[in-house]
Design a protein around this ligand. Structure first.
Ligand code: C2O
Length: 561
């Protein structure tokens, strides 16, 4: 197809998809700077976008183009990642530090330009360098092109972002160095809902503000829930109410009614809340599955008539380390037939087994100890000087990335989790354009292990199955859901268990795959796929944008290694 052919094809495709309004350009300016926030009787200097925590929610209609000018007035280099946005033929805008670009240096600007196409629901954005995402994050709301009446569920009265975060009580830059050296001690001080700690937290008797959700009786609300926390999976409940989950990671699911939501870092969920209880006040609680932190806000009925002396109803929460409710929740999601949905690929071209784990290791005779995470015994290290995508695009990966290593497809059984075999490298796996990949993620089948929310950039994947114990192909392949598996960009691999996903590598570029727990990612639970160009112009990655950040004369700031 010649250039005119491509242009014509695009124009026709646009006309065909735009049943409602026309696609527009949505423009935002993100000014990044350091601000003091006061929580729990202490002022803490943190880095924010436009002075807000969480940062601004971006609202678009499917098919729109986004233009976000990032102006870095903070002292650290940073990137912004558009978590879950497919970025078809636009890997340059993915914003993964040292994977797709060098950080935007202090006093420098960069403009992200991308389309949000073929996805509806909730995604989010966050800094992707070091721990900065602790305070640099926000929701991305994508509405259907043909208007709110075309949701595959009753039209909600209002849409409400619920961003779950964690208040660390310290500059995230400090946290970064602590993660490298210490272990489990750095729990956050509290969880947050939309930046509020809630009244379960106080210092010297001063109670923290609650997030308040005002509702009118009988109305339906669409909660757009994001887990932006660094460290923990959360359970969310509202006393006296149920949720109906309708989408996960900007893919519709069959309506699933539940009184509890389980959401891991990186995951997003859309859930309907019907205000059908008797007028009063009800706590909305988010508590950590694995740590002691929690937060609560209040759902207020008919706020004009509220009486503040009535007792606030509190939900019963699962106990600490209750993994069953999460396993059950994740296993109950199935995809909804929808015009935007893709069929499950029937044949697999490449099968990968990924053993993922985290351990505390000491070197040099026990004097240097720290957290080491790995995938198939390789602990990932970011390339020190040139982002992988740039090296890949200019065909000099092997010469410019000295730490490079091919990610091994299988590991011989005896080698799984072998401390002696662990190496540190920039591990990548090359994929031909349009390869269908199946991955089995295996957490250590031993009691001390953790669950791991694994996130893939630039692609959604089908979640075919999950289970406990050690994956057994003969037996477990029988349980694959090839009919209506949920489609996601992040999936929680259960503790002492496994998960199988499948996707088509249809997007040329370099795409990061990593655990969304900050401690695990920064200590090496990551790898990258290098997806080659296809045979045609519309399967070839175009050149980098003209203002692509230079990697010269900079310290790459907070990059993890
Ligand atoms: Cu939400 Cu690579 O991240």
């Amino acid at each position: 197809m010649g250039a005119i052919g491509v242009a014509l094809f695009l124009a026709v495709a646009l006309a065909a998809t735009s049943g409602g309004g026309d696609a527009v350009i949505v423009e935002h300016t993100f000014v990044v700077s350091q601000i003091k926030l006061r929580y729990l009787c202490n002022d803490t200097l943190v880095t924010l976008v436009n002075g807000q925590l969480p940062g601004p929610a971006i609202e678009v209609t499917e098919g729109d183009s986004l233009v976000v000018h990032v102006i870095n007035k903070s002292p650290s280099g940073l990137t912004i990642h558009w978590h879950g946005v497919k970025q078809q033929l636009n890997c340059w805008a993915d914003g993964a530090g040292m994977i797709t670009q060098c950080p935007i240096q202090p006093n420098k600007n960069f403009t992200y330009r991308f389309n949000v196409r073929g996805q509806e629901g909730t995604l989010w954005w966050h800094a992707h360098v070091g721990c900065l995402r602790a305070t640099i994050h926000g929701a991305l709301l994508i509405r259907p092109r043909s208007g709110p009446n075309s949701y595959p569920f009753p039209r909600p009265h209002k849409e409400i972002p619920i961003v779950i975060g964690e208040w660390l009580g310290m500059d995230p830059i400090k946290l970064e160095t602590r993660i490298q050296s210490s272990i489990l001690s750095d729990e956050p001080l509290s969880a947050t809902i939309n930046g509020k700690l809630g009244d379960a937290n106080n210092c010297s008797g001063v109670i923290e503000d609650n997030y308040i959700l005002n509702v009118e009786q009988g109305k339906t609300y669409l909660l757009r829930i994001v887990n932006a926390a660094l460290h923990s999976e959360y359970y969310v409940k509202i006393a006296g109410h149920t949720f109906t989950v309708v989408a996960a990671d900007a893919n519709y699911v069959k309506p699933y009614t539940t009184d509890i939501i389980a959401i891991a870092p990186g995951e997003t969920l859309d859930a309907l809340l019907v205000a059908d209880a008797s007028p009063g006040r009800y706590y909305i609680v988010a508590n950590s599955k694995s740590m002691r932190v929690k937060t609560r806000g209040i759902v207020y009925y008919n706020p004009s008539k509220r009486s503040d002396d009535t007792q606030v109803m509190e939900p019963d929460m699962p106990g600490k380390d209750d993994a069953a409710a999460s396993f059950y929740f994740h296993g109950n999601l199935t995809s909804l037939p929808h015009p935007l949905a893709q069929p499950v690929p029937a044949n697999v071209d490449e099968q990968l087994f990924m053993a993922i784990d985290t351990t505390h290791m000491c070197r040099e005779g026990g004097s240097v100890c720290g957290l080491v995470s790995r995938m198939n015994n390789i602990s990932f290290q970011l390339p020190p000087r040139i982002p992988l995508l740039k090296a890949h695009y200019y065909h000099n990966v092997s010469s410019s990335v000295s730490t490079l290593q091919e990610f091994p497809s299988i590991i011989p059984p005896g080698l799984v989790y072998n401390d002696g075999q662990t190496s540190k490298a920039t591990s990548v796996r090359r994929l031909r354009y349009n390869t269908t990949v199946e991955i089995v993620f295996q957490c250590p089948p031993v009691m001390y292990s953790y669950s791991n929310p694994m996130h893939l950039h630039g692609h959604d994947f089908f979640v075919l199955a999950q289970g406990h114990g050690k994956y057994d192909a003969d037996k477990d392949m029988q349980t694959y859901n090839l009919v209506d598996p949920p489609v996601r960009n992040t999936i929680l691999v259960p503790v002492v268990g496994w998960t199988v996903i499948r996707f088509i590598a249809s997007n040329p570029g370099v795409w990061f795959l990593h655990c969304h727990y900050e401690k695990h990612a920064s200590s090496g639970m990551a790898m990258a796929f290098m997806v080659e160009n296809g045979p045609t112009l519309d399967s070839t990655l175009p050149p980098p944008p003209s203002d692509y950040p230079s990697c010269d004369d900079q310290n790459n700031g907070l990059e993890f290694e």
